[in-house]
Ligand binder design. Structure first.
Ligand code: NAD
Length: 426
């Protein structure tokens, strides 16, 4: 067990994230009577690459960094998943994130498997040149296993479109020709898709709205607290505000801000851009990440890291619904407590799937060299999220399970069907 710097509201002892995923897979496979081969294969990652690589720092020193690329499954298509740069990231966490990607791509029914990559580093203390050298060397080392038909990375915590551009360039230079389809989340100038940067937050907003309709909560004026003000959290906050919601609190790794009258989130974003944090924004009072999670509000969006809501603080969550912008922000024990307290949880594999859906659109556009308008991207995303939400809700009501179990049931059935149809080599 470890105690890492996580965005949790209380001190949580964390068991292995990958074991937590395995336990959930076990429970669903037992319930569905999934074939044993499928169950056993889903419990493990197909491939785990660990790389230790040198980077020349600006002061002339050489540092050796550790990185990972884990492919959990490519049963339904090329493995797909982001790359995380974070000081605490481990192989175990990367495996859990890869498994969630397999489930996520199956929930939204796009022809991908699941993967994840990571480098244990703090991108905030690296210069731009150091970040570029680190990214290029990591990309070169993992190019053994990635590729547009094998495994396609994308941005995650601590990475962004510029980093995707360096990965695409490094892979292409090693190949001898330009390979646009090797990563998604690229800048538009390099074959990125319109709407990709906003896609995860847009997906969260769509599922939050559908959930509010289902629960009979008026979206117009609904109060929202958002933990994490990066790609997912800030875009969600801005889009939710455009839909009429009142964003009463946001936070990042340095702390949170609260204004019960509502924050001007565009202004908060400019403040964060200028100062590096949401903290000290003028029209708000300071709160901690713990306090943010426990605020009375209609919608809570944990959009930072895993395990934000765990057994010790779950009972203090007052929001009526929780939309998981982050991957794995609620531990299984906390999930049970929230369920007992009548909270409606939109699980990560559904709520934040908008990113991988538009990554898929980007990959398709790149392969066809034919690019869509932003309206077209958003229209197609809306359709996928809408259909998936209703499919999951229908299973949840029919099987009398929560939305997470329903989403896992949908995903595992699809993966099992693909596995059975493919058969097994040799
Ligand atoms: P990001 O790096 O852009 O932002 C992360 C945010 O979390 C930052 O504001 C950071 O300050 C904050 N944070 C970090 N540590 C924290 C702590 N201890 N307490 C409070 N806040 C903290 O990352 P992102 O891309 O927005 O990803 C956030 C989450 O969403 C992750 O779980 C990621 O896996 C998931 N996700 C991202 C995407 C995507 O397209 N980027 C897609 C699906 C899921």
């Amino acid at each position: 067990m470890s105690e890492k710097t996580q965005p949790r509201g209380a001190t949580c002892e964390i068991t292995s994230p990958f074991e937590m995923v395995q336990q959930r897979i076990d429970a669903i496979c037992e319930r569905l009577k999934t074939c044993e081969t499928c169950h056993l294969r889903l419990r493990e990652c197909e491939r785990e690459l660990i790389v230790h690589f040198p980077v020349k720092m600006d002061d002339g020193r050489i540092e050796v960094f550790t990185g990972y690329r884990v492919q959990h499954s490519d049963i339904r298509g090329p493995a797909k998943g982001g790359i995380r740069f974070h000081p605490d990231v481990t192989l175990d966490e990367t495996k859990a994130l890869a498994a969630w990607m397999t489930l996520k791509t199956a929930v939204v029914n796009i022809p991908y498997g699941g993967a994840k990559g990571a480098v244990t580093c703090d991108p905030k203390v690296l210069s731009q040149d150091e970040l570029e050298r680190l990214t290029r060397r990591y990309a070169s080392d993992i190019s053994l296993v990635i590729g547009p038909e094998r495994d396609i990375p994308a941005p995650d915590v601590g990475t962004n479109p510029q980093i995707m551009a360096w990965i695409m360039d490094t892979y292409s230079v090693n190949k001898g020709y330009s390979v646009l389809g090797v990563v998604t989340g690229k800048p538009i100038a390099l074959g990125g898709s319109k709407g990709r940067f906003e896609a995860t937050g847009r997906g969260c907003t769509i599922t939050a709205k559908l959930s509010a309709q289902h629960l009979g909560i008026s979206f117009d004026g609904a109060t929202v607290a958002v933990q994490g003000f990066g790609n997912v959290g800030s875009v969600s906050a801005i889009l939710l505000a455009k839909e009429g919601c009142k964003i009463i609190a946001v936070s990042d790794s340095k702390g949170g801000i609260y204004n019960p009258q509502g924050l001007d989130v565009e202004e908060v974003r400019s403040h964060k851009k200028a100062t590096g944090s949401v903290v000290n924004y003028k029209d708000a009072e300071a709160i901690t990440n713990t306090e943010l999670l426990e605020l009375p509000c209609d919608i809570l969006l944990p959009s930072a890291l895993e395990d934000a809501i765990c057994a010790p603080n779950a009972a203090s969550v007052k929001a009526r619904m929780i939309v998981e912008g982050a991957n794995g922000p609620i531990t299984p024990e906390a999930d049970d407590i929230l369920g007992d307290n009548g909270k409606f949880v939109v699980p990560d594999v559904l709520a934040n799937a908008g990113g991988v859906v538009v990554s898929y659109f980007e990959w398709v556009q790149g392969l066809q060299s034919f690019f869509w308008s932003e309206d077209e991207v958003n229209r197609q995303l809306q359709m996928v999220m809408d259909n998936t939400f209703h499919e999951v809700l229908e299973i949840s009501q029919r099987e009398k399970v929560d939305m997470r179990n329903a989403a896992y049931m949908l995903a595992i059935k699809r993966i099992e069907e693909a596995m059975m149809t493919r058969g097994m080599f040799p």
